[in-house]
Write a protein that binds this ligand. Structure first.
Ligand code: ZN
Length: 131
């Protein structure tokens, strides 16, 4: 995937989720089709940490079930960093296992960056549409 499409409303929703989760990292699944996100599914950061996040397996399964019932796919994983929006070494490891789009929001720089792992971590362009 070269780019991912989100609405300005979804961008606001994710930025608010990140802010309300401070000082911890926030996380969410991004549902949609192809490269277009249609729904955001906020998840609880089971780590309750400012430097990492994890989602309980039961919540992951529920998210996949919900996506399937809506005939959508989980096309991305969102999480926030109280630091720059670059994947940490832990993120990179998990990106390799889970090669969906990884969208990261920096609560210090107030910007989004997206990445995907194919043969290595590379950037995906975040396209914001008004809808
Ligand atoms: Zn991270």
């Amino acid at each position: 995937m070269e780019e991912i499409f989100l609405t300005s409303r979804q961008i606001d929703q994710l930025a608010s989720l990140a802010k309300s989760s401070l000082p911890n990292e926030s996380c969410a699944f991004l549902l949609g089709k192809n490269d277009r996100i249609t729904e955001i599914l906020p998840m609880q950061n089971a780590d309750r940490s400012a430097i990492s996040f994890s989602i309980k397996p039961q919540q992951v399964l529920q998210a996949y079930d919900l996506a399937e019932s809506k005939k959508m796919q989980i096309i991305g994983i969102f999480h926030s960093h109280p630091a720059k929006p670059a994947p940490s070494s832990t993120d990179k490891r998990f990106m390799e296992i889970n090669p969906v789009v990884w969208l990261i929001y920096s609560t210090t720089e107030h910007r989004f960056k997206a990445y995907v792992y194919d043969t290595d971590v590379r950037e995906v362009v975040v396209k914001i549409i008004t809808a």
